[in-house]
Design a protein around this ligand. Structure first.
Ligand SMILES: [Mn+2]
Length: 325
């Protein structure tokens, strides 16, 4: 039996390659056909055509929608924030109203596990399911976010790179329009733009998912287990040799995918051999006392997330391990 699951990505020109690779990994790991949707902004037709050619060539035909520039006008643009990040806030304009579950996934991810069970995961009235933002806890700013975003004394801050959305609840609560309005009204309150604003609008109305569904870089460092969805958030990206600080296996995966794609030579190789870089990084991590403090923080955060996620999922349908590939 399968419950339909709509999987949504939002991209701009720069994110097209990694987004296509994530889609490819998502579909390859899925046990059922998925309704894949690709929303785009800031992309020219040629680049989009190349991306779709790649996806069609591997048998994936997403539904494609262009985000109207007018819908994103007037939003704050801190630092180098790509406009497309706001795409998840206009989904209500581009997706059918009658959907059941919507799984929003950032493009800087790789999916290693079947997402089909998420379609039936109970959210018990929550607007969305998500994973805590591990980085925010590690830099000791959980309490700051609680105050600034009115999350409450035991409220956590989620990472918005993966959102398992109860589509009807999301629409009824007007999450998209309210988040956009909040961003325009008090941009200074939302340091991390849409992610902060989503945390504010959905405060106390989201359910925690197991960390494996949004396995962030710190999880890879501190945990020794396989994940469902790896999320390469932040400035370092494993497909870009010069900026890669993730384990070499991810860089190799992207290199293999790039070689079989229209973007084969797009990203430069590393300036230092990876082995040397990894060694230097390891030395830096070992020497840093902050890391050991972070480890304790991480363990507490992970334990809290696991406890709350268990309440959400109550042993239902979350696979323990990646299936043999
Ligand atoms: Mn991301």
């Amino acid at each position: 039996m399968s419950v339909p699951l709509t999987c949504v990505y939002v991209t701009d020109r720069g994110f097209l390659p990694c987004t296509c690779f994530s889609i490819a990994s998502l579909v390859a790991a899925a046990s059922v056909p998925l309704d894949v949707r690709l929303l785009y902004a800031d992309t020219d037709e040629d680049a989009l055509e190349a991306a779709l050619g790649y996806l069609h060539g591997i048998g994936i035909w997403p539904t494609v929608s262009r985000i109207a520039e007018a819908d994103l006008a007037g939003l704050p643009r801190p630092k180098a924030l790509p406009l497309a990040t706001y795409g998840r806030l206009v989904m209500h304009k581009l997706l059918p109203a009658g959907l059941d579950r919507v799984l929003y996934i950032d493009g800087d991810t790789l999916v290693d596990l079947d997402v089909a069970p998420l379609a039936a995961l109970p959210l018990d009235g929550a607007v969305l399911g998500a994973v805590v933002d591990v980085g925010r806890i590690l830099i000791g700013r959980r309490e700051e976010a609680q105050r600034r975003l009115d999350l409450g004394g035991d409220g956590d801050y989620f990472n918005a790179g993966l959102l398992l959305i109860d589509w009807r609840a999301w629409r009824e609560a007007d999450v998209g329009p309210r988040t956009l309005a909040a961003l325009v009204d008090t941009p200074e309150r939302f340091v991390q733009a849409d992610q902060c604003a989503l945390n504010y609008v959905c405060r106390r109305r989201w359910a925690k998912l197991d960390l494996v569904w949004n396995f962030q870089p710190a999880c890879v460092i501190y945990e020794d287990r396989s994940a469902a969805i790896f999320h390469f958030l932040g400035g370092s990206k494993p497909w870009d040799g010069r900026r890669n600080r993730h384990p070499i296996r991810f860089q190799r995966r992207y290199q293999d995918m790039l070689a079989a794609s229209p973007w084969g030579t797009r990203y430069p190789r590393a300036t230092l051999p990876y082995g040397l870089k990894a060694l230097l990084r390891l030395a830096a991590v070992k020497l840093s006392t902050r890391t050991w403090g972070s480890l304790a923080l991480y363990r507490r955060a992970a334990a809290r997330n696991a406890e709350d996620a268990a309440k959400t999922t109550r042993s239902r349908n979350v696979p323990e391990e990646a299936p043999p590939s």
